[in-house]
Design a protein around this ligand. Structure first.
Ligand code: C2E
Ligand code: CA
Length: 268
């Protein structure tokens, strides 16, 4: 949603102007090991810093960017900014960097090669990079997904299925694809405090994933009780507002330096 004006219609032409004028930036949200609560990586999340409207969130413009053929350019902006931040922030190299990839990229046969070249010129190991692709996108493009995941894995990248639980795919079906982790949609962790069904879904997803040798990430963790529940279930990784909100590159640098103090509320 855009601040102040949730209903603004966005056009491809405006997105093109925003690309030309450098109005896109990234926020970074930390991902913690669920058991030890140590920092494992960051997810890059795009924002449009519109000169008159303010911040516009990706749910407001990614679909228009896909429909107007501009998503490739946006992915380029995201990868360039994220790689620059990753290589220039102390304490970050060695951690994982998750990048969201649109369904439209699934059919781009050159994407994996292109990304590998970007890694080589930035000096980033491909196995530090996790490409997140939504469950719904994968379901709609199963053959392309198999091809793309295989290409990415061959080049050394990690792949995550994002927003799991929304598209009603079974893990056993998805597990035929070569991905490395599954991210349970944030709505489940957010509902967990009031919903026994959401808790049961979290628990069964963790159990089934582990039986298929997949790592599980729970996102949208906003309260201590849900974190404790996930830790007891043996969930592998968490992110959410309880740990930190998405931060600018600079804020994330400060967060890394001061994280022990800033996460005291969850360590106690
Ligand atoms: P996602 O990949 O599921 O990202 C998680 C979203 O949940 C983010 O919203 C994040 O800010 C929000 N979130 C994280 N923790 C919490 C929490 O504890 N509570 C709540 N209420 N929300 C939480 P955001 O940044 O608005 O991104 C929305 C979606 O836009 C993302 O969903 C992703 O699918 C897409 N997106 C974001 N960045 C990019 C990008 O660079 N490229 C593409 N293609 N899509 C992107
Ligand atoms: Ca994601």
């Amino acid at each position: 949603m855009a601040n102040g004006d949730p209903g603004i219609p966005i056009t491809g032409a405006e997105i093109q102007t925003a690309i030309n004028e450098g109005q896109f930036s990234l926020r970074y949200q930390p991902k913690l090991d669920c058991e030890t609560l140590s920092l494992k990586g960051f997810e890059a999340l795009i924002r449009w810093d519109h000169p008159s409207i303010g911040t516009i969130y990706p749910d407001q413009f990614i679909r228009v960017a896909e429909e107007s053929g501009l998503i490739g350019k946006i992915t380029e902006v995201v990868v360039d900014q994220a790689f620059r931040w990753y290589t220039t922030t102390s304490g970050v190299p060695g951690l994982s960097l998750s990048i969201n990839i649109s369904a439209k990229r699934l059919s781009d046969l050159d994407f994996a090669d292109w990304l590998k070249r970007k890694c080589l010129s930035a000096g980033i190991r491909p196995d530090s990079i996790i490409l997140e692709i939504s469950e719904v996108a994968v379901l709609g493009e199963r053959l392309h997904a198999l091809d793309m995941f295989t290409r990415l894995r061959t080049k050394g990248f990690r792949v995550a299925i994002d927003g799991y639980g929304i598209g009603h795919a079974t893990l056993a079906t998805l597990a035929k694809l070569p991905f490395t982790e599954i991210k349970i949609d944030k709505s489940f962790a957010m509902a967990a405090p009031q919903s026994p069904e959401a808790k049961a879904f979290l628990k069964s997803t963790v159990q089934t994933s582990h039986s298929l040798d997949l790592r599980v990430v729970a996102e949208g963790v906003e309260d201590r009780e849900t974190l404790d529940y996930l830790r007891n279930m043996g969930c592998d990784f968490v992110h959410g507002y309880l740990v930190a909100r998405p931060m600018t590159g600079e804020e994330a640098q400060d967060w890394i330096l001061n994280r022990r103090r800033l996460t005291r509320h969850i360590l106690a």
